[in-house]
Design a binder for this molecule. Sequence first.
Ligand code: TPP
Ligand code: MG
Length: 280
Amino acid sequence: MPEDHHEDIEGLKARARRIRRHIVAATTAAGSGHPSSSLSLVEIVTVLFFGGVLRYDPDDPHDLDRDRFILSKGHAAPGLYAVLAEAGYFPVEQLTDLRKLGSPLEGHPNMCRLPGVEASTGSLGQGPSIAIGHALAIRLDGRDARVYVLVGDGESEEGQVWEAAMYAGNHGLDNLTLIVDRNGYQQTDAVDKIQPLDPLDDKFRAFGFETKVIDGHSLEEVSAALDWARGVTGKPQAIIARTIKGKGVALLEAKQGGWHGKPIPPDEESKALEEIGAAS
Ligand SMILES: Cc1ncc(C[n+]2csc(CCOP(=O)(O)OP(=O)(O)O)c2C)c(N)n1
Ligand SMILES: [Mg+2]
């Protein structure tokens, strides 16, 4: 049976540090990938996997009663791989195989090659549609599993996100929680310069969601929001998590608009790891 995994606040902080370290090490070793997009989601996935939220069993990744986590912003694969390895789906040592020829740790997640990956994503906008498919199937099967989907804010410009939102709202999919990683930046510039999204929470409400806006780097706020989401009945929930692209590494935080899809250079790696802090 899948189970939740509940660690205390010190345990969660240590997990978050380890996940950040994995993200930096794997992308620098690969010489490519998206560390800044991965670093903004660390507290969200830490609480999902270790804060008593997701019920999962890494030894039985297809159990029909498992909760699902779908990373819609698939380019943040290093963040997903880091938390899956921490959760025991595969060895942590495998993380530095990221993007190597033949490795299942592809540049974007491939559900056919790596246990724990619920959906092959990377073409932005598709995750919420996949998530509603899971949520509906779970409901039709009479199971009580839940589905969580993490979407980028730039990604939220995709029309498909809103088609899925309309469906979820109309069908009252209360076993679906959509989380927006609202880091304010997309590939080339600030989201607000390219396609302003606000008031994002009002938009989701208009589509039939219950909503909450939180600090996506506060383990306490993420945890409280996910507790709240599980208590909502009759409607899907949208959590707008305000985050910082590159959170935890000064080099990346300082160049918000200019570090998308770029690894930390090898000569900056030890400084970045020092800023993140020790693994335990
Ligand atoms: C359909 C589609 N169009 C374009 C891209 C290229 N692309 C990859 S990441 C990205 C920016 C995404 O920004 P956001 O959703 O805010 O994610 P962040 O990196 O900020 O977390 C773009 C345009 C893509 N992967 N898929
Ligand atoms: Mg963004």
